[in-house]
Design a protein around this ligand. Sequence first.
Ligand code: Z5A
Length: 225
Amino acid sequence: MRAMRGRFITFEGGEGTGKSSHASLLARRLEALGIEVVLTREPGGSTGAEIIRHVILSGAAKPFGPAAEAILFAAARDDHLNQTIRPALARGAWVICDRFTDSTVVYQGILGGVDLNLIKAIERIVVGDDKPDLTIVLDVPPELGLQRAASRRGTGAADRFEAEAIQYHTKLREAFRALAAKDRGRCVLIDTTLPREQVADGIWNEVQSRLTPQKYRGTFREAAS
Ligand code: Z5A
């Protein structure tokens, strides 16, 4: 029996907005319905892309500038799509990805000054029709987001992006908010200053009303048997 194609959900937002936490909480709720979930992240999510992740987040690619970084993110995404995302969707699994193309638009395009036409052209080649069905944009004032990222990190060093100044993170937040407002069909903006359980319920309500996971209840297990 041919499996029904899975759904593709991405989480976006600035640092410490809660993307990783809420991606996991959503995965658990979907799994409780008997849906197979592939929880993944960018940059990364496949062997080749994880190598590129290390190169970018270590700061080794920074001297080449934001356009070269955008190309590296796209190369990582190409491998991630081919090795992980497309096979999962094809077998009926739901894919939840922590960051995707909107991060390239915001970080390298809007903040990094890379021509958005170039970024969109690369996106069309790499992603094609495999765009997210739903993008959850998490929103928190940057001071709180950075505080949360720092407390989670403990004594470890900030990565290349976390170490940027507060004005940068304010612009980042504005860019993600604008992006969510521009594409309301695909995106939903969620305030994560609220307690975690309340945020998780808000996300779950959006997923239920937009993607009706109940209709997929147990589809993967049936398809696999
Ligand atoms: N990047 C790019 O430039 N271009 C691209 O195309 C792509 C990425 C794909 C990836 O870093 C970096 O790559 C990223 C952009 C760039 N910039 N940075 N930094 P990463 O994957 O290492 O980091 P991140 O994506 O920014 O995620 P993060 O900092 O790890 O944060 P998060 O995933 O959004 O948050 P979290 O880990 O779920 O939560 C942070 C803490 O807050 C944690 O202790 C939680 O328990 C706590 N938390 C979460 N929600 C709540 C609520 N509601 N109340 C209280 N506490 C909470």
